[in-house]
Design a protein around this ligand. Structure first.
Ligand code: UDP
Length: 196
């Protein structure tokens, strides 16, 4: 399933016509995956952060999120369209929200209330969407352990993690073994936007 990829400063970018389509197929086959939404700031962080660079290199899908990354690809003759991470996540949520066999989504990150508010907004927008749970992004060690347990038990199909870069990427890499069949996406400030 590994797709054609192109390297930006040593980091892969997967070149696909249809990113949501790839993710939806991955979901149905329960193959799981870590999605990175690459922008210029992240590539600069990865230059100084070997762990982040390694995680990006090993991610299942790296999409060109930022306009800087897209411009770089165009200058190299790769005419890709920008795929903002928030739009990818929204397409996935809309898809999950119209299924008769639910694919539960977990919302994690942001200040207290943000994940819950974002989930509530999506529940209103898509009444059939199954919400596996929500958790704010400022956890004590004990809350973190509870979250691990919850994820293990719930096995959400999609786990949206909004802790900012690189915290969300490191957290996903460390914890994705808890739900190997899930799609994990670092969504940055998207939860804040959805929460309004
Ligand atoms: N955040 C969090 N826990 C932390 C640090 C940050 O949940 O320990 C959240 C913060 O509340 C915000 C998000 O992470 O919702 C970071 O958003 P930002 O727009 O900075 O992310 P970016 O997309 O720029 O990485």
């Amino acid at each position: 399933t590994k797709t054609l990829s192109f390297s930006v400063l040593g980091l892969p970018i997967h070149l696909l016509d249809n990113y949501p389509g790839w993710l939806i197929a991955q979901l149905h086959q329960q193959l799981g995956g870590h999605v990175i939404t690459l922008n210029a700031e992240m590539t600069m962080q990865a230059e100084k952060n070997a762990k982040l660079a390694e995680i990006i290199q090993q991610a299942d899908l790296v999409i060109p999120d930022g306009s800087g990354v897209v411009l770089y690809l165009w200058l190299k003759g790769k005419k890709v369209r920008r795929c903002p991470g928030i739009e990818l996540a929204e397409t996935l949520l809309l898809y999950a929200g119209q299924l008769s066999k639910p694919m539960p989504v977990f919302f994690f990150g942001g200040a207290p209330e943000v994940a819950a508010k974002a989930a509530e907004m999506w529940q209103q927008r898509c009444p059939k969407l199954a919400i596996a749970g929500t958790q704010h992004g400022y956890l004590s060690t004990e809350e973190e352990l509870t979250l691990h347990q919850t994820l293990k038990e719930q096995q959400p199909a999609v786990i949206l993690v909004g802790l900012g870069v690189p915290r969300q990427e490191l957290w996903i890499a460390e914890n994705r073994h808890l739900c190997p069949k899930a799609i994990w996406i670092g969504v940055g400030g998207s939860l804040d936007i959805w929460a309004g």
